[in-house]
Design a protein around this ligand. Structure first.
Ligand code: ADP
Ligand code: MG
Length: 306
């Protein structure tokens, strides 16, 4: 578990993060989302102490990050940036094996690990292991960047807008990929994005930031249903102005019901009207299916393909 206790960061007199108090549970996919300049990167970099807080404590599994050895701390935390920073003169396998090597793993164990990871993400080691980064697409390079960050089995992986430089299709593929990988490997991921849709798609838990203040932390469906303040409500609306153009038949419903006492809606009801209905009834019926706020969140995230 990662715990922020009364953490603030200031440059000169300017507060960048203001008394943050929150916990990130182990094995959670935790997403920090907010507009540019809201303090997301600063918050993320304090976890591995690339930036040091002005005030307060950050604990990882109960240990104060200011008291642990910095090299150990950083080796135990994976880090993925927007700019793919693969070493251009090393092969894919050598890139992935870099941190295990720094940690002193022997060659056999390193090679087994890099092969295993490449297979796990559909990069055939026979084809890709000996290539150099320039021989890969942008999406493949970022995939290798992620493998490099997780190769030595860190408990925590920090990701700062890792997909923002990619085209929409690679981006969607990698979103599905990282969500899947996080579940398979039970990783704790702290992920920064300015894209609310991406946050809703990936997160178990979302923290919405603005101007150095955490506005709300909760499950996506809870935030959606109970925005804590005007900022959060507006942040949602800005992204989803066209909800009156979509309707119930656009949802991808999966859960069936035979409870005909539930209130029923018709196929052509708009999503914006449906949201109002859901504010009153927690569960609504459409034919033999039930609709909950989770279905709306999935729809907003465009996650129907997952
Ligand atoms: P985000 O990642 O949400 O875009 P950042 O954490 O990068 O936001 O930055 C938050 C604020 O802190 C911005 O106003 C930025 O200009 C300021 N800031 C970041 N780094 C520094 C620094 N080294 N010195 C002074 N101000 C900084
Ligand atoms: Mg940033």
């Amino acid at each position: 578990m990662i715990e922020f206790k009364n953490v603030s960061k200031a440059y000169a007199q300017k507060k960048i993060l203001d008394h943050a108090n929150f916990k990130i549970e182990s094995r959670d996919f935790f997403v920090l989302v907010g507009p540019s300049g809201s303090g997301k990167t600063t918050t993320l970099k304090m976890i591995n102490q690339l930036i040091s807080q002005t005030e307060g404590q950050i604990l990882i599994d109960g240990q104060d990050t200011k008291t642990v050895d910095l090299r150990q701390l950083r080796l135990s935390i994976g880090y993925v940036l927007q700019q793919i920073a693969l070493f251009p003169n090393l092969t894919v396998a050598e890139n992935i094996e870099l941190i295990p090597e720094m940690k002193g793993w022997d060659k056999k164990k390193r090679q087994a690990r890099s092969r295993e990871l490449m297979e796990l993400v559909g990069l055939d080691p026979e084809v890709y292991a000996q290539r150099i980064p320039i021989e890969l697409s942008g999406g493949e390079q970022q995939r290798v960047g992620i493998l490099r960050a997780i190769a030595s089995e860190p408990n925590i992986v920090l990701m700062d807008e890792p997909f923002s430089a990619l085209d929409p299709i690679s981006r969607r593929q990698l979103q599905i990929f990282i969500k899947d990988l996080q579940k398979k490997l039970q990783l704790t991921i702290v992920f920064v994005t300015h894209d609310l849709n991406e946050a809703l798609l990936l997160a178990d838990c979302v923290a919405i930031m603005n101007d150095g203040l955490i506005q709300q932390i909760d499950k996506p469906s809870e935030i959606f249903h109970h925005p804590a303040n005007k900022f959060v409500a507006h942040f949602f609306q800005e992204y989803h102005q066209d909800l009156s153009q979509s309707q119930v038949s656009d949802l991808h419903l999966t859960e069936q019901t035979s409870d005909y006492s539930l209130k029923e809606v018709s196929a052509d009801l708009s999503i914006s009207d449906l949201i109002n209905e859901l504010a009153q009834e927690k569960v609504i019926r459409f034919g033999n299916y039930i609709i909950t706020s989770d279905d709306i969140v999935r729809f907003l995230a465009g996650a129907s393909a997952v």
